[in-house]
Design a protein around this ligand. Sequence first.
Ligand code: F0G
Length: 466
Amino acid sequence: MKKIRQPAEPYRIKSVEPISLLSRPERLKRIREANYNVFKLDAADIYIDLLTDSGTGAMSTSQWAALMLGDETYAGARSFRKFEATVREIFRKKHVVPCHQGRVAENLVFSTILKPGQFVPNNTHFDTTRGNCLHKGGVPVDLPCKEASSIEPLPFKGNMDTERLEAFIKEQGVEAIPMVIMTITNNSSGGQPVSMANILEVSEICHRHNIPFFFDCARFAENAYFIKRDEPGYANKPIREIVAEMFDACDGAMMSAKKDGLANIGGFVALNNDMLYEQLTELLILIEGFPTYGGLAGRDLEVLSVGLREVMDFDYLDYRIEQVRYFGEMIKQAGMPIVEPTGGHALFVDAGRFLPHLPPEQFPAQGLTVAFYTEGCIRAVEIGSLMFGEEDPKTGTFTPARQELVRMALPRRVYTNSHIDYIAEVAQRIADSKESIPGYQIVRQPKYLRHFTCDLAAVNTEEVLS
Ligand code: F0G
């Protein structure tokens, strides 16, 4: 294998959590018992878990120390005041509404702002954003830029298509659009970043039409790093200044702080509008808790206040994004096509191109996901026709997903480059005998979000890779 530059970790390890590699017969037994659905595996079954980067990161010594400062007062806790000041300073908004994770922020905002039948444009809605919008009777509309579907490694493929946004506003009318959301980075589109130019353009369009402009900013610092690295004029700007410029362009933000909050739990809404703030807090008290804790413990708020600052450290971000790039290079060398360029938090392997012998209705990306487990005790997640494909109940016609991908998300500060090398070795072994990977069929499924709980079986074969 060609040697690729490996970024060295900008931290040393002070506390370790043992993980173990089950034997191959044990892995086969466990995946069979889980009916080939990796969501049904236990943590103890897994050596390297790449299911998500959400809430799975490692805290720093400063964060562990901050835990002890937690003030658990119900109303007016010191820990909240610190959190509120931190969020105000970084995200530059007047009001801060804490909540326990991102989807609650979405629920609060949509419950307050959205009337049934109204449209919510987004560069690409994340699943829970889409789900919450639909649940409140709204219509989620994805307006990704044209480059998003290109296989060329272009920068800022997470952008919104501003021409389509203008056209959409003209077509539906301002009254039908209570807000526009920009997801940074664009998780459902390969974790690709959004450029400052695009943020400013969308902001200008929204403000010209008097439409509130919000960020879904789970990975705001990773997005700012890409702007610094790839957008002309930003190379010499500190990350903090880039973040400030980004957030000055929006009216509010919803954040799942389980990502770039470097915490295991947490979220918030930050906004300027006084009336909206009043409405949000009324609902908050009903569904989450008093406005000075919002479903979190005081110690969680302390951890977040430290994490939201730490995440903007350039050395940390440089290592993080370089690690994902290194991971991508290693997997490509092993012979697997990936979505390029690599994004901020995950690698997306193109199983459709890797396993041409499997048609979409046999879920090639699930085949590859199962292979990563049986071959290496690694958990990834299918993002393809198992998650997004649809069968017409009347005609039985199958509509596949746009792409058959396997997402391998990297938890923050958790796995070293040796783990990445191990995953690449496993990928190589899989690639060497990829023709033997079977397709899968669903044998039992629930009505909604089937990928989480459905049971699967291999097609035309008694056993998987045995
Ligand atoms: N918005 C984005 C862009 C997300 O990626 C997520 C979660 C949420 C909102 C919801 O936040 O989980 O705190 O309620 N993404 C995770 C993932 C689950 O694996 O990509 P939450």
